[in-house]
Design a protein around this ligand. Sequence first.
Ligand code: WQD
Length: 341
Amino acid sequence: MSTVLVTGGNGYIGSHTVISLYENGYDVIIADNLSNSKMEVQNRLEKICGKRFKFYNVDCCDEAALEKVFSENKIDSVIHFAGLKAVGESVRMPLEYYSNNINSMITVCKLMKKYGVNNLVFSSSATVYGMSEDVPFTEESPLGVCTNPYGWTKWMLEQILRDFAKAEPSMKVCLLRYFNPVGAHESGLIGEDPRGIPNNLFPYISKVAGGTLEKLTVFGDDYDTPDGTCIRDYIHVVDLADGHVKAIRYLESHDAGVSLFNLGTGKGTSVKEAVAAFEKACGHEINHVFGPRRPGDIAVCYASTEKAEKELGFVAKYGIDEMCSSCWKWQTMNPEGLSDD
Ligand code: WQD
């Protein structure tokens, strides 16, 4: 059985990917420092999969601690999710973002080289396309000027990994550029569980729908779009997890080098449309007002999915209705998120 180390595997996308890997016959080891997730996720994963995954409470910047994961296990591939990811926070704390996100990836690469682990999937982001309005974004679209340090860390890490793969001819690196991950596992046992007030649209809408936040502010309704609100490519987190399994299989069956894929649906949904879809899922109105634009937002962002479909065999299965209904189930089952035991 092939073993995949999932760094940040206790987090939102990481935990959903653990389930998909397990359901596709992989053994999984999780390394996570619990800086943005709770240990309760491990109990939920055990309930869903019927198995307790090997878990290391380690910071990927701590080389000695992380080396134990490599020396104690035979790892065949790594999916690297671990990293800080809040856009607004990255503007306030750039040094923490650059040191944590860059150093954690470099530490993982050094240990992969030392232990002869050649397959790496890296969690990148559509944010690397910057402020471009030339949509849909293809993998050949030029990298843009990122609007925040979080985005720059993804931009820089893609370059670092290209240089690493050039220097290490046995390395196989797959860069996955996510669009907007939303939704939750069908069980409602795991989902997006941000600490504090959510920055992103869906967790915010979800908490307004659940009554834990008073109202949603729509950041701008004067954009050059059909209904004046921003358009994004929301992708169900379970589809995203499936894309990671396909990326591992791609690395197992292809030669060394760097591959790059967008993971999106190719469909754009406006903020107003997302609110309407969520109202349908929860059965009541979402209290919302219209406010000024949020700095750094672009009007329209959605993926070209051709390359992922042709080369990875990846096609998103779920639409906005399933994204909303799964998000709502997670919210109603966990109104205050997971306990921080
Ligand atoms: C979506 C739309 C907002 C909140 C970010 C990161 C990106 C990726 C996904 C990690 C925008 C509007 C939002 C609110 C609103 N993260 N909105 N009221 O900004 O497209 O992407 O998350 O990889 O890197 O940049 O997602 O959910 O924050 O915003 O009107 O309270 O919803 O203006 O148009 P975004 P988002």
